[in-house]
Write a protein that binds this ligand. Structure first.
Ligand code: SF4
Length: 362
């Protein structure tokens, strides 16, 4: 960081910031709510481009109240790619803050207040973007000095334009640096940086156009470079470890292959000596007829009647049924086989007279 005075640094910073965010031109007279929206939509410091953007987003909504409750992403889409994401959210926040204050889309009551009171009211509007609050003070209430908003103080502290101390002393020091003529331009440049890049958390010093003049930015970049170097070294060490492991595995595999080849040679030499054939007898491979496996996922199909074969067993039984007469109708006839079986049963049951007599004689 070049060692220059705070005013010299502020000048250098302002030049760089105006190159990036444009030079804020004089305020055109307009209603305060419209001013708030135009301030948010400022791209290059000129109100004309902001007016065009406002017309674009108003086309999609009935009124400001509908815009207030809309999804911020819808507004981002309506604004197009020339605006960074998040501008839609700022529009919704500003409109909500205005509605919460006046219960309508109107800020006329604020303009009737004393400047100091209006400043307090604007500071208490929780969701009001700080850039809008400052511009309302400068344009509508003729504030005449640099508004001490959060964004301006944050950038001033990080760039070391002010020394560490109480908030009042910091506000006094920054106001001493900025002349009344340069107030609007300085405020616009510093607030745009605070809103887009130098945010309260996760500020992106790499994307910051004044990082070479910012001691905090230089420190952050140094830390990031050290961290990246560490990560790079860790990545390289991991790659090296993987390479060594791969090489070792390859060597081990090669060793195993060589040992197996040696062993095979020894076996062949021994077999030659002992005259053992090492050639394996050829075995016939059974050809397995692959069973037709029904494809899974195929659709069930109703087979045509020509393909369906009736079950033979069933057919037989059916025939038998048709030929046989009903049991009750047929008279009981004894087959020769049945008759013989009856005789044998009778002989077994009662001995004949002749047999009984012969047995008594004996
Ligand atoms: S370099 Fe970093 S800390 Fe400094 S103003 Fe830019 S974003 Fe903020």
């Amino acid at each position: 960081v070049p060692r220059i005075s705070s005013s010299g640094r502020l000048k250098a910073i302002l030049t760089l910031l105006e190159e990036r965010y444009g030079k804020r031109e004089a305020f055109k007279p307009r209603p305060p709510v419209e001013r708030a929206l135009i301030t948010i939509l400022l791209k290059d410091g000129k109100e004309r481009s902001a007016e065009n953007a406002m017309r674009r987003i108003r086309r999609g909504f009935v009124d400001l109240n509908e815009m207030r409750v809309a999804d911020p992403s819808e507004l981002d889409t309506a604004l197009g790619r020339s605006y960074p994401p998040g501008v839609g959210q700022l529009v919704c926040d500003a409109l909500t803050a205005i509605f919460n204050y006046s219960q309508s889309m109107d800020l006329e009551a604020l303009l009737e207040l004393d400047v100091t009171k209006a400043e307090t009211v604007l500071r208490r509007m929780g969701r009001m973007p700080s850039r809008v609050a400052g511009e309302l003070l400068l344009a509508e209430l003729h504030y005449g000095k640099l508004p001490a908003t959060h964004g301006v103080l944050r950038v001033a502290k990080r760039v070391k334009l002010v020394r560490p101390g109480s908030m009042d002393s910091q506000v006094r020091s920054i106001r001493r640096l900025v002349s009344a003529k340069m107030t609007t331009r300085t405020y616009h440049a510093m607030e745009m940086l605070a809103e887009r890049v130098c945010t309260p958390k996760d500020y992106d010093c790499r994307a910051c156009s004044i990082s070479e003049h910012c001691p905090t930015g230089q420190e952050t970049l140094k830390k990031l470079a050290i961290q990246e170097e560490k990560e790079r070294k860790a990545r390289e060490a991991e790659e090296e470890r993987l390479r060594v492991t791969r090489d070792r595995d390859r060597r081990q595999r090669a060793k195993k292959r060589a040992a197996t080849a040696r062993l095979k040679k020894q076996i062949q030499a021994r077999s030659k000596k002992l005259k053992i054939s090492t050639v394996k007898p050829k075995t016939k491979r059974r050809s397995k007829a692959k069973a037709a496996v029904p494809k899974t996922g195929t659709k069930m199909r109703q087979a045509p009647s020509t393909e369906v074969k009736p079950d033979r067993t069933k057919r037989k039984t059916r025939r038998r049924k048709t030929t046989s007469t009903p049991k009750t109708a047929t008279p009981k006839t004894t087959t020769p086989k049945a008759a013989t079986s009856k005789k044998t049963r009778a002989s077994k049951a009662k001995p004949t007279r002749k047999k009984a007599a012969s047995s008594r004689k004996k």
